[in-house]
Design a protein around this ligand. Structure first.
Ligand code: FUB
Ligand code: ZN
Length: 801
């Protein structure tokens, strides 16, 4: 373990709130180069940054207005016991997070109109603050009947669902960004007053309560507030929140309170909460020198990267609790991989890099960034994924906003801050961690250095780094050689390349090849740099196939394909066959095809493969096909349909296209019309009642009602039997097998009639429930379902014979 240096390496911009100005170091041994010092000129990331400025942030502000998030502050300024408190108890944070993102923009693109707009929002926010600083609209607008998650008194449910400290955390982060962008304290003072209120009321002193955040983020935010104000109490409060966790009445894994934080060694529970906590532990460790935190997050990082990390860089496998799954539990279609969790994973790996200086953290960060994070926002910046699955039958589509809008507003604040992740400096070491065209002004040993990067990364591996100015004398340029070049998919044995290829890299300085041993994953060039010096880095960038550790059941017998930092997927618009029936060649050869006009400019990969199916005798057939793959982040931009990242290469994983059935050929309708209706006759039957590898259809959150599904056959047919596979996600979910069900057929007069001679309407979980009845000749059948009194029901598959 490297010693954490609590030195004054970086001087943060500080403010005397009511307090005096103090210079604070962030405490990390490595200094970030802030995004304000880096101007991205890149086409790949420039497009994302523009979309964020022109679409995402204006959209989020308009949604805050349209959905009543501003009105909540207005209501809190005029409390009444008749106001019905709706929405979610953390809706205020969408306003704070959008202001945070907009403030980052203001630092790179000064915009008086935007600054004025934010000021007008802050007037409303300020008016909602209670005299002692408490700011939580979900209670203040109607203290007698607050939000159902809020509890009757302050902090009563803060470890559960009230989110009072979560609101504080996002408020502080937003306020600091706004202060740093504008120099104005109108937001910062609001945040300081709320933080002071929390510091006064929460603690071990007399009259104080011992409470920890239900949803972490205040830890990171308060550490930052300490840096900005110089007031030690905020750092103490952040540390208090970490140290008390596991010692209060909340002791479950969901909220990472099952053990004291320094004893934890496995990533468990709600993934966003967890990632924010680990990032907060790193910040507090850097500032306090507490190595026990670092030992814990190092162990947890090993666990994530070794056992709980998707090839797309996503974390948080399961929708149940929006949580990490068990070790190696990485399902594809039901992968949760919340966009916020991907952002949290970037925060964690960035901080671990700042602590340890090893490139492996950036290998993880880069994988998440280029894949499972930016998949969370559409290329035009106006649509968002909450979960980012690795397989879909078309049931997933980005949305312009959500009732729970944590992900869109997190995208608002993350994307504009991205240029801050490219470089870092430690003494005379200059780290080049990400590759994108940019110009940047660094301070090396306090002296000015200007660097320029030119590249078409991620589409090729040629990067030129030019020195435009150097007043720092000799310094050590440390270029990250990504794991994907060094033959390491991830820094663990969770994924390995399966194609036996060996990629090479070369580095030239002013045209001359340089050779060096790598140090901590970096190629180091230590010299007296002068204006005009040029470093040319070349990474071989070839398509690679990847296998998962055999313990990952969902990926067994399958391969994923990647090239450089980009993970690829097969998607329906590029392939005129059922992509789920694809069977990959043993040694696939890939062609890289540049598509400048497709999906804002991508490289496609093309390869020969086969599809498997059955002929009308039921014999297995194979058909040669040309399979086209696109970058995973770009999927779901061309309508709803199938997508798959892990492609079968072993027969055991193959899914031959099933022959058509009466049900699959039928026109389907149901009492709840949603896209997942196609699951009902897709010919895929589950392995159990809660098989998350297949799509299903459900009526949640309805309870006790009578629902229906109908099939209209292509032509009149005689049927005498039907089989239903029920979906039941007990005990956590809301669906159970139905209370009862019945089959009807349409008679010659077009009237629904119950079938007769029924043997049994079964409700066995995890099996096909077949009912036999007197044969009927008909054009349509109906499945009528009565939901349980206190639950919904769902269907995987409904067959008719
Ligand atoms: O609880 C606040 C946010 O809502 C979480 O971070 C997300 O996972 C969603 O549950
Ligand atoms: Zn989210």
């Amino acid at each position: 373990m490297r010693k954490v240096l609590v030195t004054t390496l970086l001087v943060a911009a500080t403010v005397g709130s009511q307090a005096q100005v103090k210079k604070q170091s962030h405490g990390y041994p490595i200094d970030p180069v802030p995004f304000t010092s880096v101007k991205v000129t890149d086409s790949f990331w420039g497009q994302r940054l523009n979309a964020s400025r022109e679409v995402t942030i204006p959209l989020a502000f308009s949604k805050c207005e349209e959905t009543g998030r501003y009105q909540n502050f207005v209501n809190a300024a005029h409390p009444s016991d008749t106001i019905k408190v709706g929405g979610l108890a953390f809706d205020d944070t969408d306003v704070y997070k959008t202001i945070e993102g907009a403030s980052y923009l203001l630092q790179t693109y000064p915009d008086k109109k935007l600054a004025k707009y934010i000021d007008s929002v802050l007037v409303i926010v300020a008016a909602a603050q209670e005299p002692d600083g408490y700011l939580y609209t979900s209670r203040t607008m109607n203290p007698k009947h607050p939000h159902e998650w809020a509890g009757n008194k302050r902090w009563e449910k803060v470890e559960d669902l009230s989110h009072e400290f979560y609101n504080l955390g996002h408020m502080v982060e937003g306020a600091i960004a706004h202060y740093q962008a504008t120099g104005k304290k109108n937001f910062l003072n609001i945040a300081i007053r709320y933080a002071d209120c929390v510091c006064r009321e929460i603690g071990t002193g007399e009259g104080q309560q011992i409470r920890v955040p239900g949803h972490q983020i205040a830890e990171m935010a308060l550490a930052k507030l300490y840096l900005v104000t110089g007031d030690q109490k905020y750092l103490d409060q952040a540390k208090f929140f970490l140290d008390q966790r596991g010692y209060t009445s909340r002791t479950d894994e969901y909220s990472q309170a099952h053990k004291p934080v320094v004893q934890q060694d496995e990533a468990v529970g709600h993934a966003v909460r967890a990632a924010y906590m680990y990032a907060g532990m790193a910040d507090v460790a850097a500032l306090t020198g507490d190595t026990a935190y670092i030992h814990a997050i190092d162990r947890i990082w090993d666990n994530i990267v070794g056992k709980k990390y998707y090839i797309t860089g996503g974390i948080g496998a399961t929708a149940a609790g929006e949580a990490f799954g068990a070790n190696y539990e990485l399902p594809n279609m039901s992968a949760y991989c919340e966009t916020c969790a991907a952002i949290g994973n970037v925060y964690v790996n960035y901080r671990l890099f700042l602590l340890h200086g090893e490139s492996k953290y950036y290998d993880v960060l880069e994988r998440t960034l280029y894949n499972g994070l930016i998949s969370g926002v559409s290329l035009d910046g106006g649509g968002f994924f909450y979960p980012n699955p690795l397989e879909s039958m078309g049931q997933h589509q980005r949305q312009p906003w959500f009732g729970c809008a944590c992900c869109p507003s997190n995208i608002c604040r993350f994307i504009p801050s991205l240029p801050g992740y490219i470089y870092a400096v430690k003494d005379k070491d200059v780290y080049v961690n990400l590759f994108m065209s940019n110009t940047s002004d660094l301070k090396v040993g306090g002296k000015a250095v200007s660097i320029e990067q030119t590249t078409k990364y991620p589409w090729n591996g040629d990067i030129t780094i030019g020195i435009n100015k150097n007043s720092a004398g000799p310094f050590n340029l440390k270029v990250r050689i990504p794991g994907w070049v060094r033959g390491q998919v991830v820094p663990s044995d969770l994924y390995t390349y399966s194609d036996g290829k060996r990629l090479k890299y070369t580095v030239k300085v002013n045209g001359e090849a340089v050779q060096n041993e790598l140090k901590d994953g970096y190629f180091c060039i230590d010299r007296r740099w002068k204006k005009g010096d040029k470093v040319e880095v070349h990474f071989d960038m070839e398509p690679r196939t990847v296998k998962a550790n055999n313990k990952v059941e969902a990926d067994r017998g399958r391969i994923a394909v990647e090239r450089g930092p980009i993970v690829y997927c097969a998607e329906f618009p590029d392939n005129n066959f059922d992509i789920f029936s694809v069977f990959m060649n043993r040694n696939p050869k890939f062609e890289v095809v540049e598509k400048p006009d497709l999906l804002y400019g991508i490289n496609q990969l093309k390869t020969g493969a086969q599809t498997l199916g059955y002929d009308d005798q039921g014999r297995l057939t194979t058909t040669d096909v040309n399979l086209t793959l696109i970058p995973y982040y770009a999927w779901a931009h061309r309508g709803s349909g199938a997508m798959e990242v892990w492609l079968p290469q072993e027969l055991s994983a193959s899914r031959p296209a099933m022959p058509a059935t009466l049900a699959s050929e039928s026109k389907i309708d149901a009492s709840h019309r949603v896209s997942s209706i196609s699951a009902i006759n897709d010919r895929l039957v589950p392995k159990d009642e809660n098989d998350r590898s297949l799509p299903y259809y459900h009526w949640w959150p309805k309870q006790g009602t009578t629902e229906w599904i109908t099939y209209e056959f292509p032509a009149e047919a005689t049927v005498s039997s039907s089989t239903v596979y029920w979906f039941d996600d007990a005990p956590w979910g809301g669906c159970r097998v139905p209370k009862s069900w019945k089959i009807y057929y349409k008679d010659a007069q077009g009237q629904w009639q119950p079938v007769t001679g029924v043997d049994k309407y079964g409700v066995v979980k995890g099996a096909g429930n077949t009912v036999n009845f007197d044969p009927v000749k008909t054009k349509s059948v109906k499945l009528e379902i009565t939901l349980p009194d206190k639950n919904a029901a769902g269907v995987y598959e409904w067959e008719v014979q």
